[in-house]
Write a protein that binds this ligand. Structure first.
Ligand code: GDP
Length: 434
């Protein structure tokens, strides 16, 4: 998917535009307390195209002076985006900071779409000629406050999208990434995997935008490890800021089939772990919880059980994710990881036969009758699997409003019991039968 970044001085209206373009997305099935997402990275759509949008203004970079911050935001946009929206304030004209950013963007050769915000009424459109002088062609007058001009601007943005079709053809390679707070052992685990016996490693550069993926091959299965924040430090100031790590992690998660959520056995579970895991869950990826540094704990069945109980109570929303206990340092139990990844990936892409699915759903209903609201009873007509990655099911009913979260959860559990989707989330949507 193409990535678009919005760059501009503080208060030019970046967040307003960002929110306008992203719109409200209320998920029907997700309800996870405690997982708040920083909206610096989100999916947006225009006509038939979906793309990802970054609000570089949301990435605070310490208390650096304005010009330094602007420079860093422009660098982030240049590094991460396919197309950059350079946002200016139509009420203030071009400032020195704007000119500085313009120079950087110009040098990068990335496509730049110039948008002049706060042009709230048509008479003001004549005032934007001075913006031609920045050298990015026609400026687009917009109004974030009133939602004006965004369509024309987006038409121009979409024109510059590279042809990403090749990336969509994924064969049966398993793409996975590792996420977790700093020092949980992400780099150590990657290195341990790469040095494992009978693993063949090749760095194929240039095959993806990020070009830092690592390919490995073991026992007839191809894998790609997708780089995440902190795994390969490149030394730029903004790379150490928390929100930038989150952004990198979100990008990696999006390209993954399986996400390994790392937890440190030595320090135990922290609040930040939960938030990070929430990102992977929200994205609908297969998930494995990897408890690393297991060498620091006295390892026996009891210790494993106790740790598992703790993990389960902290990560209730990840009840489908298996746990793998290992040590990247001593390589103990490391050999259990790739098989767990294979299984989770297989389940993430699994299709179940419609007739068996309906038998399972009807049996479930016979066992636990559908809810009644104000004298109206939910009627389930039939169910069908509509997609994979993650497996998603539509249940056709008389009135979708009668489908309670708890009943949906009950059906989900029954479907899980019957087909075993270990490692993968599944989604259920209630639809009115046409
Ligand atoms: P990252 O920030 O998540 O990439 O973490 P690193 O891979 O850089 O590891 C952070 C620290 O934890 C380093 O000092 C590692 O040597 C140490 N470490 C990583 N894995 C293990 C492990 O399995 N056991 C122990 N005892 N230490 C580990």
């Amino acid at each position: 998917k193409s990535v678009v970044a919005i760059v501009g001085r503080p208060n030019v209206g970046k967040s307003t535009i960002f929110n306008r373009l992203v719109g409200e997305r209320i998920s029907i099935v997700e309800d996870i307390p405690g997982v708040t997402r920083d909206r610096i990275y989100a999916q947006a759509e225009w006509l038939t195209t979906t793309f990802n949008l970054i609000d570089t203004g949301g990435i605070e970079i310490g208390d650096e002076p304005l010009l330094v911050q602007m420079r860093q935001q422009a660098e982030i946009a240049i590094d991460e985006a396919d197309v950059i929206i350079f946002l200016l304030n139509g009420k203030e004209g071009i400032t020195a900071a704007d000119e500085e950013v313009a120079k950087m963007l110009f040098k990068s050769n990335k496509p730049v779409v110039l948008a002049v915000n706060k042009i709230d009424n048509p008479e003001m459109r004549d005032e934007i000629y001075e913006y031609y002088s920045l050298g990015f062609g026609e400026p687009f007058p917009i109004s974030g406050a009133h939602g004006l001009g965004l369509g024309d601007m987006l038409d121009e943005v979409v024109k510059h999208f590279p042809n990403n079709e090749i990336e969509e053809v994924k064969d049966d390679t398993i793409y996975f990434s590792l996420i977790g707070r700093p020092n949980v052992g992400k780099s150590s685990l990657v290195n341990a995997l790469l040095n494992e016996e009978r693993v063949i490693v090749s760095d194929i550069e240039g095959t993806t935008r990020d070009a830092i993926d690592t390919h490995l091959h073991k026992e007839d299965q191809d894998y790609v490890i997708i780089d995440t924040a902190g795994m390969r430090k490149r030394g730029k100031v903004y790379e150490t800021t928390e929100k930038y790590s989150v952004l990198r992690a979100l990008k990696a998660i999006e390209r993954s089939d399986v996400v390994l959520v790392l937890i440190d056995a030595e320090t135990g579970i922290r609040e930040q772990d939960k938030k990070i895991a929430g990102y992977a869950h929200d994205a609908g990826r297969a998930i494995i919880i990897v408890v690393n540094k297991w060498d620091t704990v006295e390892s026996n069945e009891k210790a494993i059980k106790e740790f598992e109980t703790k993990v389960r109570s902290h990560f209730q929303f990840l009840d489908y994710a298996p746990l793998v206990f290992l040590s990247a340092k001593t390589k103990k139990r490391l050999h259990t990881l790739l098989p767990a990844i294979n299984l989770a990936s297989e389940n993430h892409a699994k299709r179940v036969p419609t007739n068996v699915l309906n038998d399972v759903v009807m049996d479930a209903i016979a066992m636990n009758p559908t809810p009644t609201v104000k004298g109206r009873r939910l009627k389930v007509l039939y169910a069908t699997q509509v997609s994979v990655k993650p497996p998603s099911f539509v249940v056709f009913v008389n009135e979708p409003e009668l489908m309670h979260f708890s009943y949906e959860r009950f059906l989900e559990n029954k479907i899980r019991d019957a087909f075993g989707f270990v490692g993968s989330p599944i989604k259920i949507f209630a639809r009115r039968r046409q």
